[in-house]
Design a protein around this ligand. Sequence first.
Ligand code: ASP
Ligand code: MG
Length: 370
Amino acid sequence: MQSQKELFISHELFSKDPFEIVSNPIFQRIYEIYDKVSQYIREFLNKNGFLEFKSILLGPVTDPGIRGAKQITVDYYGKEYKIMSSAILYKQFLAAARKKSGKEGKIYFFADNLRLEPLETASMDRHLVEFIQVDLEIADADHFDAMKIAEELLFYVISRVKENEKELKMIWEFFQPYWESRGLKQRTELKLPKLPLKRYTHKEAVDILKNTIQENPNYFEQIKRLFKIEPKKISYTTEIHWEYEWLISSINEEPFFIYDYPRGARGFYDREYPDKPGILMDFDLIYPEGYGEAASGAAREYEINKVIQRMKETGERLEKYKWYLEFLKNHGIPTAGFGIGLERLVRYICALPSIYLTLPYPKIPGIYNL
Ligand code: ASP
Ligand code: MG
């Protein structure tokens, strides 16, 4: 018999009797917080002049830069269409069109996204195959403008969700026994972050990680134990791998940004600084206490020649992007935006050992539960 302790941090949780789990009062409290967080996000965005559009599910092409995840193809009347892994291209279009109409070019989706994440992410507690990201875009903006909206949004949601402190404390108390074994810090209160949040360049973040590991090589063992993977090399020229995002997250006590990722790390739509070749005008927002990535965003590459050059470099088939390239050629303007994972935000607020506890039918990479 599995002890209760093992069960709550196990992928088997929902395969026992999903009804028992989903009808459990603690889980129902989590779903209530999920609902409230969604409401607070909409409140903030609508107050700040953003218009919500219905999320887009299908298209001839979707965002190709999704960190090793595979896209899902469907047969759309004899043509291969993709299920959105991220609707970045559509956001740019809508923000530019709204601006052109004479309004503020600020738009968002509660975007349903599907990503067949690599199998090893199943043990990382923050990947779902099916998830929602609140995906927004702002016309005539750059990544620094987008970062400001991201931190203000987080601040607003946390300040509103604190009104539910009694419910939150009940959830935290229930999951407290599982935190340590999932690499999460102890939590007694949800602190309102101080704005502006700390901002590290990618280079500074890599330096911090290298120093931290040099001072305490035991972190390698902890990574192996926690995530059942061999830690990769830390590099100035690639993404910050999941295990190091966890590490830098766990040694911070407030949310923070990493910005200026190297060119190899992200897709063609993250704009390269015109005066700093090889560096992208983009960012991630990271939670503290071990919860890892919250959001990714960027200023967009919108100049058609540059976009085509970047697409060729990463081997994209240009004809798939026909509508997008036509749009950029005729109407492209500077825009910036980001996507913040809804389930990750709820996980952080509720201090849940794993992201799959946020949803009644979680799709965990490689697991056939529900
Ligand atoms: N949607 C995000 C963006 O706006 C990126 C992502 O989907 O990961 O850049
Ligand atoms: Mg990301």
